[in-house]
Design a protein around this ligand. Structure first.
Ligand SMILES: [Fe+2]
Length: 397
């Protein structure tokens, strides 16, 4: 790990803290591993009287190149922008196709859970076909799928969650360049990851509030129940088995059911674990509001080397972005915007669609801008008033 002391005036968005930062009363302001994603977070350091911080250069997500190198990369930025604009242009058409995938997945997961509950055979061919459809769609337009993940619908949580985790895990593994056969196993295993919940009483699975200690213990049996279902079905794929049985294990050994640590946890299960966590937290549940996607990214960072493998955390953020697609943000010129796309080389400068507040709603200005080519930057996550005007696509879901 390369560490550098940086004066507060030189702190940039995307820098990662190398140790806990405290004020003069020795109170922790930000913990080790914290990433700066808004100017307010840097200003808070000044307010607290902090003069400098220690930055983990290796983990930081900023451009550490010299200005000459950056100048040389202007051509690269131009090309990257053109490719992203093209993807955004094609987004609506591709999303229409992806909706079919979501609708059919509702029936697939419903049948799977019912069959597993009553000990009937699972229709594996349907899941195989669905996973191949997901992978083809990711190859064609990764953004179309990732943007749909953020269109959450509380009523259909059980149905969309399995598909979302499958999409996130497959997109993540695709970015990591896993071979084709492994991608299919990861996508399938991710779709099945909670199949063991079919053996947990519905009164616990569907309980609207927080679970009691004894209910929690029963719920935590679901990875082992999943293994039993896999045994019954004689599914021998080791990647899928690892995902079903180990997706609640934690890097520091605090997970369940076997308190496995570090490298003893299947890397495939680690991929699904982080995707599961991201999708669950960004969804509204009856007992808590949704957490904003970019806030979940901060939570994931704070759990690096605890719940999650640090190597997996960094790669995951490159897939999902610091400001995930669909995030509402406030720009440095006080405009409100929604993130439409981002370059993996510059996560802090996404392509955004500008919005305006109209009668309490956030409506599109039909203007797409790339922050890579602009002085304007993301100031903060938008938390103001105004509900996003629903597009047809959301109504269909
Ligand atoms: Fe689970």
């Amino acid at each position: 790990m390369q560490i550098k002391e940086v004066l507060i005036k030189d702190v940039k968005l995307g820098m990662c803290l190398a140790n806990d930062t405290t004020n003069n009363k020795n109170e922790v302001i930000y913990r080790k591993g914290f990433y700066f994603t808004s100017r307010e977070q840097i200003i808070r350091l000044l307010d607290e009287g902090v003069k400098s911080i220690l930055v983990n250069i290796t983990a930081s997500l900023i451009d550490m190149r010299s200005s000459k190198q950056i100048e040389q990369s202007q051509e690269f930025v131009k090309k990257e922008n053109e490719a992203l604009y093209k993807q955004v242009d094609e987004l609506d058409a591709e999303q229409e196709k992806v909706i079919d995938l979501y609708q059919s997945s509702q029936n697939v997961i419903n049948d799977l859970m019912n069959n597993a509950r009553f000990g009937k055979a699972l229709n594996l061919d349907v899941v195989q076909k669905q996973t191949i459809d997901v992978l083809n769609s990711i190859r064609k337009n990764e953004l179309a799928l990732l943007s749909l993940i953020n269109l959450k619908n509380f009523d259909e949580y059980t149905y969309t969650h399995s598909l979302n985790v499958s999409i996130l895990s497959a997109a993540f593994a695709w970015n990591l360049k896993f071979p084709e056969d492994q991608l299919i196993s990861i996508g399938r295993g991710a779709f099945f990851h909670d199949i063991g919940k079919a053996k947990v009483p519905l009164s616990i699975v569907n309980k609207p509030g927080a679970l009691s200690e004894s209910e929690k213990r029963i719920m935590q049996m679901h990875p082992s129940y999943g293994e039993q279902i896999y045994n019954q079905e004689i599914i021998t794929n080791e990647i899928e088995r690892g995902i079903v049985t180990q997706h609640h294990e934690s890097f520091d050994g605090s997970g369940y059911p076997h308190s496995l640590e570090g490298n003893r946890i299947s890397k495939y299960a680690s991929i699904v674990s982080i995707s599961d966590f991201f999708d669950a937290l960004t969804t509204v549940r009856s007992y808590r509001p949704e957490v904003h996607p970019s806030e979940v990214i901060q939570i994931i960072y704070s759990l690096s080397a605890k719940k999650f493998d640090p190597r997996v955390v960094n790669h995951f953020i490159k897939t999902i972005g610091i400001y995930p697609i669909g995030s509402l943000v406030e720009l440095s010129n006080d405009q409100i915007a929604i993130v439409k796309a981002f370059s993996k080389e510059n996560l802090l400068k996404p392509i955004v669609e500008l919005l305006k507040v109209e009668n309490g709603y956030l409506a599109s200005q039909n203007k797409i801008v790339s922050l890579m080519e602009s002085e304007v930057y993301v100031k903060s996550v938008y938390k103001g008033e105004g509900k996003l005007v629903e597009k047809n696509i959301m109504k269909k879901l």
